[in-house]
Design a protein around this ligand. Structure first.
Ligand code: PMP
Length: 361
């Protein structure tokens, strides 16, 4: 009954909410540092905009083109409005890309480790994903290894920049050089979910390359900097020739009017996002100094999370959970991926981490 590509997948396991996990474990509460969410939250302007949303609109289908949001995003990013494609979060975008570009038997190529959804959605489309390991010493995506991984079957290349889970960032010039060597019929998807958190260079995005490469698609989300993960809004800047095809594949009303309203309010509140960035940069600096001071191996992150190496990641994961914090302890064998929290949460987690290391070393 099932399609072959679906039958071969491992069964879905519920990624439970902290409330449900806490209840099952008999804990009062759990803080999730495992989803790279924004600990500051979203702009108060979002709440205002939602309160002003006219309830009578509930009966009508939403604007299929998200026009006010589209205009605002295109204006600030200086990209053509008709090259924007909106989706219910980037997870839907990844599925959409796979449905549009991957046939059964095609290959998708990615660094490893990276965001697992690429491989899952490619597998659902019936494609095989080829992994090019990141550089172990630095955690950086190995562009040369990716070029070597290209075959006649490669249709899509995923470049997560900065990369989840290593947190590392590739320069625009490095990606430009890479693009110049990728055959023009392969789509290169640059996932910029965390690009707003890069402070290493003034203009970190590859958007400046879209006029140069007609096979470059750039993805962004409202779930991270804008703190709107619950509203499910993401978008892509899609090459001109491909956008009508992707628009056909997209479901027509994939973003509710309420989500469009929330995203627009969050997008406009630049003062709030600057505050989020200031807090994030301080947390990142503080965590980096902490890891350096205690000689805990970690990769240089340009995101709102960090990947660090410990001898017993699962035991540490269980210990932190017992004390009210959820982290990713099995995404990369031997490593923990942990989002930065509020200053209070981070101080508590650092204390717990030192306690754990003392008792286990
Ligand atoms: N890309 C990356 C690299 C991510 O880490 C995530 C979520 N953590 C997503 C895409 C999906 O984001 P969303 O669906 O919330 O837009």
């Amino acid at each position: 009954m099932l399609r072959k590509s679906i039958a071969g997948l491992p069964d879905y396991v519920s990624d439970s909410t902290p409330e449900r996990i806490a209840k099952a474990a008999g804990l009062a509460k759990l803080t999730r540092l495992s989803f790279n969410e924004n600990p500051v939250g979203t702009s108060p302007k979002v709440q205002e905009a939602i309160a002003n949303w006219t309830f009578s609109q509930a009966r009508s289908y939403p604007d299929p083109d998200a026009m006010p949001l589209r205009t605002a995003v295109a204006g600030r990013l200086q990209v053509p409005a008709d090259q924007l494609l909106f989706s219910s979060g980037l997870d839907e975008m990844i599925a959409l890309i796979c449905r549009t570009f991957l046939d059964v038997g095609d290959e998708s190529l990615q660094p490893w480790p990276t965001y697992p959804e690429y491989q899952l959605q490619a597998a659902i489309a019936g494609a095989v994903t080829v992994n090019a390991p990141v550089d172990d010493a630095t955690g950086r995506i190995d562009l040369q290894a990716l070029l070597t991984g290209i075959t006649a079957k490669t249709k899509v290349i995923w470049l997560c920049n900065p990369n989840n889970p290593t947190g590392t960032y590739l320069q625009v010039s490095e990606i430009a050089e890479f693009m110049a060597q990728v055959p023009a019929e392969i789509l290169v998807v640059v996932d910029e979910a965390y690009i707003d958190f890069v402070d290493q260079v003034p203009n970190p995005s590859v958007l400046s390359l879209i006029t140069k490469f007609a096979n470059l698609l750039v993805m962004r989300t409202f779930s991270k900097l804008y703190g709107l993960a619950n509203f499910r809004v993401g978008f892509s800047i899609v090459p001109k020739t491909l956008i009508p095809k992707m628009q056909n594949v997209r479901l027509p009303y994939n973003i509710s009017g309420l989500s469009q309203t929330a995203a627009l309010a969050a997008w406009k509140d630049v003062a709030f996002t600057q505050k989020v960035k200031r807090q994030l940069f301080a947390a990142r600096q503080q965590w980096t100094a902490f890891f350096d001071h205690h000689h805990i191996r970690h990769y240089a992150t340009q995101t709102n999370f960090m990947l660090y190496q410990v001898a017993q990641p699962q035991a540490l994961g269980a210990f932190l959970k017992q004390h009210g914090y959820l982290v990713r302890d099995s995404m990369v064998p031997g490593w923990i991926r942990q989002s930065f929290g509020t200053p209070e949460q981070d101080a508590e987690v650092q204390g717990l981490l030192l306690d754990f290391l003392k008792t286990t070393s």
